[in-house]
Write a protein of this length. Structure first.
Length: 122
């Protein structure tokens, strides 16, 4: 299995930037402009989006878990404020920030468990 953390720094930054752009487009675009991808409730979609964003960041920068987690946690309120204040036809919701934080927490716990398993395995 290739180690993504061995990719050049520019490639890792580009991949993480692309993930952030995709998340911003999905969360800020008018809902009528988005393709139908029903993975459950709005809150489940928030959990899934931030889980993927955080997991990708932790894979690409395994030596910077705090920075990745803090960034992902800050991204939630940023998106909700942008939705509330922007011309996107979207409404900001503090419950979405809670769901976003849940996705970050799940990703962080999975990463911690994975690291513990890898250390024990040798």
């Amino acid at each position: 299995m290739p180690h993504v953390d061995r990719l050049p720094r520019w490639a890792r930054l580009a991949a993480y930037a692309a993930a952030n752009v995709i998340l911003l487009v999905v969360t800020l675009a008018p809902t009528g402009d988005l393709p139908g991808a029903d993975i459950g409730s709005d809150k489940a979609q928030h959990v899934a989006g931030w889980f993927v964003l955080t997991t990708l960041g932790l894979l690409l920068a395994p030596r910077r878990p705090r920075a990745i987690i803090i960034f992902a946690l800050a991204m939630g309120p940023f998106v909700e404020v942008a939705q509330a204040l922007g011309p996107f036809g979207r409404d900001g919701d503090w419950r979405d920030v809670v769901a976003d934080s849940g996705g970050v927490a799940i990703a962080a716990l999975v990463a911690m468990g994975w690291r513990r398993i890898r250390r024990r395995a040798g």
